[in-house]
Design a protein around this ligand. Structure first.
Ligand code: ZN
Ligand code: ZN
Length: 141
């Protein structure tokens, strides 16, 4: 009898087993086997579940450099403001409005240089704290 010679699929138990899963070593039929992966449907599902979970973590890892880049820009902006505040006297004639992330930076015409200097200093300090924040968080976690 053909049934005695050929094994039945170890997953569905209905069709003739034609392939062997390279992971669990079970004999499976054509329907319960992925030729490309060389895996049975069970192992394929398990592997898919295993690969899906870590995908969410590297996304945060990818975003982590942004936590460093943003404060870097802020530090640069802060220093620029300090420089502008120190370099320009009364009646400075420049204007601009920059938004970096949630931080709006305003520098306009006839702005008191002291305001620029103080604002720039505060901005720089905040930016440095933001730079250190991921490091502190990583240490405490
Ligand atoms: Zn099967
Ligand atoms: Zn398998």
């Amino acid at each position: 009898m053909e049934v005695d010679v050929n094994l039945l699929c170890e997953i569905c138990g209905r069709r003739e087993a034609e392939h062997r899963c390279r992971l669990c070593r079970r004999w499976v039929c054509d329907r319960c086997y992925n030729v490309l992966e060389g895996l049975c449907t069970d192992c394929l599902r398990l592997r898919w579940q295993a690969t899906v979970k870590p995908v969410t973590t590297p996304l945060l890892v990818k975003l982590l450099p942004l936590l460093f880049i943003i404060p870097m820009i802020l530090i640069f902006a802060g220093f620029t403001l300090v420089f502008l505040g120190l370099a320009t006297g009364e009646g400075a004639s420049y204007g601009g409005f920059i938004i970096i992330g949630p931080f709006p930076i305003v520098f306009g015409k006839n702005v008191n240089p002291t305001v620029l200097t103080v604002g720039g200093t505060i901005l720089t300090v905040v930016a440095i704290l933001l730079t250190l924040l991921p490091l502190i968080l990583r240490r405490t976690l």
